[in-house]
Design a protein around this ligand. Structure first.
Ligand code: ATR
Length: 299
């Protein structure tokens, strides 16, 4: 393979195909983000979205092989179910038990979890070093699993708060075992939030509360935030639609530093892009394109 081919700048009608599978899939921002990046770097790659139902997952992965697709992103509901159809798993994806990115290297499909590394990269890009920090994570679903695992393994003290307590406990015990660091769990209620925030450095919302169209909802009310004494509290909301959620607006008013889910979305996309192309992703452009697409949706 020569330099030209290796860089994906194939001249013939031989575009390399990437995409995303999930259900539902119509609101995904990934095609806009990746196609803009491919164009900017003048790469002959294309990115498309496919609605794949649960029972079609195995066939979809086989078609990826047949069509020699370079890569796929995997989203709800397939992030865990896709694992048995792959040939190799990156150690982090294995420990988290979920895959959101597949790379096809000459027929060998390897699964990665760039949600987790994207979350970390978004923090580090703001100059936030998570090691040694006290973190409160709201929610106990798939996103919480990836984030609580990387933070616990990265040396954070993690407390999971969830509306359904048994799910928080199950997740905490499984993350504790995998990360070999104790993770605590409590019910998500006002009293526990207020108490936890007194000792928290980073608050992460992984629930869907506040997501469009329910933009007036928030998982933590303004009083709880204004009572926080920590002047360097960081509030990270993984919801990116809207970009400034009510939680982030109120956290900012209370003096906290805020990070939007948009940063995590673009970071996970940039990491996938780098795995497929071997090139550095044009992060700023990808972010701008997502913002424009979100504005078009709202408009
Ligand atoms: P994801 O894979 O994106 O993390 P998920 O697995 O469906 O999504 O998890 C959704 C999380 O949001 C759960 O922790 C859920 O709490 P429950 O376990 O109690 O269902 C949380 N969540 C969703 N709606 C919520 C609400 N209105 N109030 C509090 N938590 C909510």
């Amino acid at each position: 393979m020569n330099w030209w081919e290796r860089e994906g700048r194939v001249t013939a009608g031989e575009a390399r195909l990437c995409g995303i599978i999930g259900d539902p899939i119509e609101h995904t921002m990934s095609p806009v983000m990746h196609n803009a990046a491919f164009s900017k770097l003048r790469l002959n790659y294309r990115y498309v979205s496919f609605r794949v139902k649960k029972e079609e997952l195995g066939n979809a992965i086989e078609r990826m092989r047949d069509l020699k697709m370079r890569g796929l992103n995997v989203t709800i509901p397939h992030k865990v179910a896709v694992i048995p159809f792959l040939d190799e798993l990156d150690p982090l994806a294995k420990e988290i038990g979920a895959v959101n990115t597949i790379v096809n290297d000459d027929g060998v499909l390897t699964g990665y979890n760039t949600d987790a590394t994207g979350f970390l990269r978004a923090l580090l890009a703001r100059g936030i070093e998570p090691k040694g920090k006290n973190v409160v994570i709201l929610g106990a679903g798939g996103a919480s699993r990836a984030i609580s695992f990387v933070l616990a393994r990265g040396g954070c003290d993690v407390l999971i708060l969830n509306r359904t307590l048994y799910k928080a406990r199950e997740l905490a015990s499984s993350v504790s075992e995998a990360s070999r660091k104790e993770v605590r769990a409590l019910e998500l209620n006002r009293e526990n939030v207020v108490r936890a925030l007194q000792e928290t450095d980073i608050l992460v919302n992984t629930t869907s509360v506040g997501m469009s169209p329910n933009v007036e909802e928030t998982p933590v009310n303004a009083d709880s935030l204004s009572g926080v004494r920590n002047p360097t509290l960081i509030v990270f909301d993984i919801v990116y639609n809207p970009v400034r959620t009510r939680l982030l607006r109120e956290a900012e008013k209370a003096g906290a530093q805020t990070v939007s889910g948009l940063d995590m979305l673009v970071c996970q996309g940039a990491l996938a892009f780098e795995k497929w192309t071997g090139l550095e992703a044009p992060f700023g452009l990808m972010k701008e394109e997502v913002i424009k697409a979100l504005e078009r949706h709202e408009g």
